[in-house]
Design a protein around this ligand. Structure first.
Ligand SMILES: *[C@@H]1O[C@H](CO)[C@@H](O)[C@H](O)[C@H]1NC(C)=O
Ligand SMILES: *[C@@H]1O[C@H](CO)[C@@H](O)[C@H](O)[C@H]1NC(C)=O
Ligand SMILES: *[C@@H]1O[C@H](CO)[C@@H](O)[C@H](O)[C@H]1NC(C)=O
Ligand SMILES: *[C@@H]1O[C@H](CO)[C@@H](O)[C@H](O)[C@H]1NC(C)=O
Ligand SMILES: *[C@@H]1O[C@H](CO)[C@@H](O)[C@H](O)[C@H]1NC(C)=O
Ligand SMILES: *[C@@H]1O[C@H](CO)[C@@H](O)[C@H](O)[C@H]1NC(C)=O
Ligand SMILES: *[C@@H]1O[C@H](CO)[C@@H](O)[C@H](O)[C@H]1NC(C)=O
Length: 926
């Protein structure tokens, strides 16, 4: 599948890339976008922990999140065009027309831009946009001017949200008919009635004169939370509207007002934090509500009368209401009830059970944080269909099987953070269907799997103790996920014949782990996700003498947060499938026995994500990274005195697409001088976080020197890198200009071939080793005579008179009428080496420039495959080569030939050339 993907990518992306380049996007492809994060959240699930994040909707991954935006056009110019989500925060007074037209794939747009005036065509071109929000966080409220037709282009919009804005200057906003979710939170609504003026087609008109407006959206959710002045509904304010959900959290509006509002249909009403003291039975009855959330209110008593009109409720949430008891007829009155949330009330210490009728519909019951101490026998026998029971954060110390009797469909039981000291044998006996059990935060010191017997399908288990935890088999063979927390030590006793056969996820949070017998590889053969927190590496492996990290053949994600101690012998091998590696809180320079990153990464060939936090890495050089071939994301976090050696720039062509530095302090050293130019102009890597990084000259340097300004003021300008970039971009630019100048498609084909070859190289495949020619000779017209009369015979004649090489000469070997550039690219492809004959005249000819650049482009794009040799016909001022300056890095000494004109020492020259070509041949054949 990855291969297929690559194929698809190369055939789809390349033409797109070319098109984009031709659109003039080239210069804006500099991949550091100041004040922006650009990321693909699918690579690392915990990415938001490290870099500023854009809240995404399900299914979206690629985003740009920019802060301090002042010049919107400038910011957007640098953002890649193919992102799915864009979050902008800053101060922008006006949103000009067609500002976002460059982002055809944008699905989510979140604007926090202060007081804002939007022009009519601002959202033109956003055909795929689904989520649009305008946000301002306290104090309320800013003004927002939205012209009536501004949303018209958004034919796909499904969610529109305003927060912290008053819309009182905007009127008659036309909502797209695709809209399903409308939110106006923290606004200055006083009456529901105002909505009709704001949104011209919100409410379908049923007046006898006007025909019903077919272009009204069929809204599902209307969210008006935190409108602190909204206290009047107004007659017929929502006339004819049919909603699924109405959210009025934190508004003073009396829900009774909804009765006269003309609202035709409502399933779910949310009135969280409105200060109400009685269950809104009348409203519930009027709309025949199916769900009601009245959490965080002051409902201390529920009377039978309130319940009488709630019979239609399927979900009721009463959390955080200081409820002390439930009325006797509670469940009787709510025959449809499926979910009941009673968390954070005061129903304890002994659960007083509503007697009488049994509820056969209740599936989910939340009784967490209720100060419950005792669960009486048969406590839940009145809800035989229960599937989830939440009892977290109570005061339960002893639980017996009789308390849980009758729950034969129970799947999820949460008893975390209670005072459990004893597990009575067979306490789960009556729970045959249990799949998920949470026992975090107990006072148990020893858990034997025997105590958990009963449920056959227990697959998700969480165990935790405040001290140490000893674990004894036999474990359920169905276990897929296991999470264990203990303050000081987790002690696994696993006879080797009873491994956790199917276990996929293991999370351990403690300081020491001991496995008996010592070999985690045998015990966890199916592990895919391993999370270790707070663990000193010492406790987690076998004999002291030969400690090594266990091998997990199918492990994909490893998150290892240690305790900032020794990490000696942390070597990862035997994990051929590891894709994501997060390491944190370790000391790589612990007492003189330094851990080497290359040893840690010894054998993780499939690694895609490497996130390193607080590791005291010191100075990084090229040798620290073995294989970056598949790496997509490299992240450094909370690093102190990090140095990036100059040898690292050799890795530039292989750098992953995303490199992040978050909260990193560097060493002020000129060895890192390449970083400045790289970070701001890196051609194929997005670099985040260097603009704001500081560096320190030594441990007591508190001057907070910005890294980049140190590099540019104290270190000689990094010509090499500038040269690299200059020629890299120039090659592309020139090529594109040529394309635009003479739009011959065969050219495009060859460019594609070039990219293809490069792509394959990146994809880990070598290019073909079939060459038509030994040497492609590039020269300019002015030097043609010398080349044809002297050079060619010397190289082409068969030995001993000459070298017997197969040469390709543009003037001679290109077909008549063939496009020269076209043929040239192909011939270079088909030659073992390219020999450029250079004179000062040649360097002045734009044509020669292009050839040389194309050749050097080969060299950069396919390091190790193309050979470039330079033959100087006369002493050429090397400064003229400045724009090819990177050649000094890519070329070896023997790649230069100086040939002072007139005194041609053919023998020496040919000998040297022969040697070099042989080497090139070997290199290319390898
Ligand atoms: C993300 O990483 C941080 C740092 O260890 C951790 O505290 C947090 O729990 C992680 N979050 C998730 C969802 O893994
Ligand atoms: C808009 O609403 C705000 C807050 O209620 C108020 O201060 C302001 O005067 C209103 N402006 C207009 C034009 O009504
Ligand atoms: C009960 O409500 C609280 C607060 O809204 C929520 O966190 C909890 O998840 C809910 N319980 C269930 C089982 O949905
Ligand atoms: C929890 O129970 C213990 C006795 O078992 C009692 O001392 C303590 O006050 C209870 N805590 C609460 C919050 O009820
Ligand atoms: C736990 O409860 C069971 C049954 O209610 C009882 O027999 C046992 O003595 C209790 N144990 C403790 C330590 O309270
Ligand atoms: C294991 O963890 C991953 C990531 O948290 C999750 O997506 C997956 O569903 C888990 N698998 C099981 C069996 O719990
Ligand atoms: C652990 O078990 C695996 C698989 O049986 C074996 O290859 C490995 O050598 C063992 N490691 C140790 C330290 O015994």
């Amino acid at each position: 599948i990855p291969k297929m993907e690559r194929l698809l990518l190369s055939s789809y992306v390349l033409p797109l890339l070319l098109l984009d380049l031709m659109n003039g996007g080239l210069m804006s492809q500099a991949w550091t976008v100041p004040d922006c994060t650009i990321a693909d959240s699918s690579l690392l699930s915990n990415l938001s922990f490290y870099v500023p994040f854009c809240p995404l909707a399900p299914g979206l991954h690629t985003f740009a999140s920019c802060s301090n935006v002042k010049d919107l056009t400038q910011t957007l110019r640098a953002v890649p065009w193919d992102i799915q989500a864009l979050c902008l925060q800053g101060m922008v007074p006006i949103l000009p027309a067609k500002e976002f037209a460059r982002f055809p794939f944008l699905q989510l747009l979140r604007l926090q831009l202060g007081t804002l005036k939007i022009t009519s065509e601002a959202f033109q071109g956003l055909n795929q946009l689904q989520y649009l929000s305008f946000e301002h966080h306290a104090p309320c409220c800013l003004s927002l001017l939205l012209p009536p037709d501004a949303l018209e282009p958004l034919t796909f919009l499904s969610s529109l949200s305003f927060q912290g804005y008053c819309l009182n200057y905007s009127q008659n906003i036309q909502l797209p008919i695709s809209l399903r979710h409308l939110a106006l939170r923290h606004s200055c609504l006083r009456e529901l009635q105002e909505l009709q003026g704001l949104f011209s087609n919100l409410v379908p008109s049923f007046s006898p004169t006007a025909s019903p407006r077919p272009w009204s959206p069929s809204l599902e959710v209307l969210d008006l939370s935190s409108n602190l002045q909204l206290n009047q509904a107004g007659v017929r304010a929502l006339n004819g509207l049919q909603l699924h959900s109405l959210i009025l959290d934190g508004t003073p509006l009396n829900a009774l007002g909804l009765l006269g509002s003309g609202l035709l249909h409502l399933d779910f009403l949310s009135l969280v934090g409105t200060g109400m003291e009685k269950l809104p039975g009348k409203v519930s009855g009027y709309f025949e509500l199916r769900a009601l959330d009245v959490g965080r209110n002051r409902i201390q008593n529920i009377e039978d009368g309130d319940l009488s009109s709630c019979h239609s409720l399927e979900c009721l949430s009463l959390q955080a209401n200081s409820l002390k008891f439930l009325p006797i007829k509670f469940l009787n009155a709510l025959p449809q009830l499926q979910r009941l949330n009673l968390s954070m009330n005061k129903l304890g210490p002994a659960l007083v059970l509503p007697d009488g009728l049994v509820s056969t519909n209740l599936r989910v019951l939340d009784l967490s944080h209720n100060e419950l101490c005792v669960l009486p026998y048969g406590a839940f026998s009145f809800v035989p269909q229960l599937e989830e029971l939440w009892l977290s954060g109570n005061n339960i110390s002893n639980i017996s099987s009789e308390s849980l009797e009758g729950l034969k469909w129970l799947k999820t039981l949460d008893l975390s953070w209670n005072k459990i000291k004893v597990l009575n044998p067979g306490w789960l006996f009556f729970l045959p269907a249990l799949t998920s059990l949470n026992l975090l935060g107990t006072y148990l010191e020893r858990i034997s799997a025997k105590q958990l017997q009963g449920p056959q399908r227990l697959s998700h288990l969480q165990l935790g103790s405040l001290q140490t935890l000893d674990l004894y088999p036999p474990w359920s063979p169905a276990l897929l996920s296991l999470e264990i927390w203990a303050e000081s030590c987790i002690w696994f006793n696993i006879p080797s014949e009873e491994p956790f056969l199917l276990l996929e996820n293991l999370t351990l949070q403690t300081s020491e782990v001991a496995l008996l017998p010592y070999n985690a590889s045998v015990h966890f053969p199916s592990l895919r996700h391993l999370t270790l927190r707070g663990i000193s590496f010492l406790g987690f492996s076998s004999l002291r003498s030969q400690r090594s990290f266990p091998q997990f053949p199918v492990l994909e994600h490893l998150h290892f947060w240690s305790d900032y101690e020794n990490t000696e012998n942390l070597e990862l091998f035997g994990m051929p499938n590891l894709r994501v590696l997060e390491l944190g809180d370790m000391n790589f320079l612990y007492e003189s026995r330094s851990t080497k990153l290359e040893m840690v990464l010894k054998e993780v060939p499939q690694l895609q994500v490497l996130a390193l936090s607080h590791l005291n890495l010191g100075n990084l050089s090229k040798s620290n990274f073995r294989e970056l071939d598949h790496l997509q994301l490299l992240l450094f976090n909370s690093e102190w005195a990090l140095g990036l050696d100059s040898s690292l720039q050799e890795l530039i062509p292989q750098m992953p697409p995303y490199v992040y530095f978050s909260d990193v302090t560097f060493t002020c050293q000129c060895e890192s001088s390449w970083v400045g130019s790289w970070a701001t102009q890196a051609p194929n890597t997005f670099v985040y976080g260097l603009e704001k990084s500081i560096c320190m000259a030594n441990a007591s340097d508190y001057s907070k020197t910005p890294l980049l300004s140190f590099l540019s003021h104290h270190c000689a300008h990094d010509l090499e890198f500038q040269g690299f970039l200059a020629s890299f971009t120039l090659v592309l630019l020139l090529t594109i200009l040529t394309l635009l100048g003479c739009p011959k498609w065969p050219w495009l084909h060859h460019l594609r071939t070039l990219f293809h070859a490069w792509w394959w190289k990146l994809a880990g495949r070598g290019p073909r080793s079939q060459f038509r020619y030994d040497v492609f000779i590039s020269y300019c017209e002015q030097d043609q005579d010398w080349v044809l009369e002297e050079l060619v015979p010397a190289l082409e004649k068969s030995p001993p008179a000459g070298e017997g090489l197969r040469l390709c000469l543009p003037e001679r070997d290109f077909g008549v009428g063939q496009d020269r550039m076209d043929a040239m690219a192909a011939s270079m492809e088909n030659s073992r080496a390219t020999l450029c004959v250079l004179s000062s005249r040649a360097l002045e000819s734009p044509w020669c420039h292009l050839e040389l650049r194309l050749a050097t482009y080969h060299l950069v794009a396919r390091p190790g495959t193309a050979s470039l040799l330079l033959l100087f016909l006369e002493p050429v001022d090397r400064r003229k080569l400045r724009s090819y300056h990177r050649l000094t890095r890519w070329l070896q000494k023997e790649d230069y030939f100086d040939l002072p004109q007139g005194k041609v020492e053919w023998d020496a020259f040919c000998e040297q050339l022969r040697k070099r070509l042989r080497k090139a041949k070997q290199d290319r054949d390898d």
